[in-house]
Write a protein that binds this ligand. Structure first.
Ligand SMILES: C[S@@+](CC[C@H](N)C(=O)[O-])C[C@H]1O[C@@H](n2cnc3c(N)ncnc32)[C@H](O)[C@@H]1O
Length: 199
């Protein structure tokens, strides 16, 4: 199971783990929306937040890895963009404002923690706000192109879909995608993609 310590070690060892470009699905979906407040849970080194800030979004990222936070803040300072970043685990994160979009990118938790976290998301969205999710499919387990190597962290697609039953699902797909996201996401991967909107 990945722990905070594992993530800290990973980020400390690698110059950049997930590349310098934003996740392509998140980018594609955010480009359809008017920029506003964006929440990025488990944001790691900041690639999505920094790109989004440059497009006019106001990103609030969080992660429980201090190495990730330090890298993201240094990178955003170099780029001269404003990224707010909290050091917290998902369970204890409490937002002070609402969001127009929430981007969940490769953010894997065990089923119980995931369900509890996803349940809160609708109340954190403004009316019309979107959840944009991309995560690895269970069939990704034996592949070396990225993702957790722990079965429990890879959600069943239909079960994952049910997490968002309070929202309108506008996009649901299981896709094979060629990842080129730094040393840890490289090659053909099987992912689940969801976009869900609050009424
Ligand atoms: C695969 S990385 C993805 C990073 C980022 N979303 C991206 O697209 O580059 C997963 C991140 O989630 C963080 N993370 C995992 N479980 C977490 C939890 N329960 N609370 C907060 N952060 C967590 C890890 O520290 C790591 O930075």
């Amino acid at each position: 199971m990945s722990t905070r310590e594992t993530w800290n070690n990973r980020y400390a060892e690698l110059d950049i783990a997930y590349g310098l470009e934003p996740n392509q699905f998140l980018k594609q979906e955010l480009e359809k929306l008017t920029p506003g407040y964006l929440l990025l849970p488990g944001e790691g080194e900041g690639r999505n937040a920094i790109w989004a800030a440059k497009q006019g979004w106001r990103p609030l990222a969080f992660d429980y890895s201090v190495e990730a936070l330090n890298k993201a803040l240094k990178w955003s300072a170099r780029e001269k963009v404003r990224v707010m970043y909290n050091l917290t685990d998902a369970e204890n994160f409490r937002p002070y404002w609402k969001f127009d979009a929430i981007g969940l990118i490769s953010f894997h938790m065990d089923r119980e923690s995931r369900k509890a976290f996803h349940k809160k998301l609708a109340s954190w969205l403004n009316p019309g706000g979107h959840v944009i999710l991309e995560c690895f499919h269970p069939e990704q387990l034996p592949r070396t192109s990225g993702g957790p190597k722990v079965e429990e962290l890879l959600p069943d697609p239909e079960d994952l879909k049910q997490d968002f039953e309070g929202l309108t699902i506008t996009h649901f797909a299981i896709a094979e995608t060629e990842l080129n996201e730094g040393p840890l996401h490289q090659g053909l991967a099987k992912v689940i993609r969801i976009v869900a909107q609050k009424d």
